[in-house]
Design a protein around this ligand. Structure first.
Ligand code: E4P
Length: 218
């Protein structure tokens, strides 16, 4: 399973990239706003830090403008994946870019039917938003299960399932059990995966017992 970090915060990206556990980055207009930085230079900076796919989202919603924006964004770096919304125009843009060899991440997916359309449009990634479905008392993980089943039925679908809107470690673990390809997570959720009280207690005891031996490895 690949991990992307869902942030536009350069310090977070640098810190996580240094662990060697991060395979890509996803951004969106809200994360760009939160960063307070200029969009294009920021994407350039992220692409210098991370060699895997870096999602940069178009800002407009009509086909003509989205294509122009996408063509500008894809020239930033070879690892830019253009993020488009799951709309009729968005999928037209997806098909055109995918046919031309550009990676496309189709975002704001909330149904299995939408995921089928994105795969047919040649998307590199489909982003189903699990947390936002949970937020409205729906079950986000059911959507992942449905998409995994559907995509497995059609080996000619090359689209990777990029689980998005992740709120907690269980979203990651359940996605991995289902065989989703990628989880894009806020940095704090990735950090929560390290944590277990028995690890802390066990390490504490080992450190104390080692000190009591009076030995040194070095
Ligand atoms: C995915 O690419 C999105 O940027 C993100 O996962 C949305 O998450 P949110 O619902 O926490 O805003």
């Amino acid at each position: 399973m690949k991990f992307f970090v869902d942030t536009a915060d350069i310090n977070e990206i640098k810190e996580l990239a240094a662990t060697g556990l991060i395979n890509g980055v996803t951004t969106n207009p809200s994360l760009i706003k939160k960063s307070g930085k200029e969009f294009i230079p920021l994407i350039e900076e992220i692409c210098d830090i991370v060699s895997g796919p870096v999602s940069a989202e178009v800002a407009s919603t009509d086909y003509e403008t989205m294509i122009k924006e996408a063509n500008k964004l894809k020239d930033i770096a070879e690892n830019v994946a253009i993020k488009v919304p799951l709309t009729e125009d968005g999928l037209k843009v997806c098909k055109e870019l995918s046919d031309g060899g550009t990676m496309v991440n189709v975002t704001l997916c909330f149904s299995a039917g939408q995921a089928i359309l994105a795969a047919k449009a040649g998307a590199s990634f489909i982003s189903p938003f699990v947390g936002r479905l949970d937020d409205i008392s729906s079950d986000g993980m059911n959507l992942i299960a449905d998409i995994v089943t559907i995509y497995d039925n059609y080996p000619n679908f090359d689209t990777e399932i990029l689980v998005a809107s992740i709120r907690n470690p269980m979203h990651i673990i359940e996605s991995a059990k289902m065989g989703a390809d990628i989880a894009t997570c806020p940095a704090n959720v990735i950090k929560q995966l390290y944590k277990h009280p028995l690890t802390d207690a066990g390490l504490d005891a080992f450190v104390k017992d080692w000190a009591a031996t009076g030995q040194s490895i070095l």
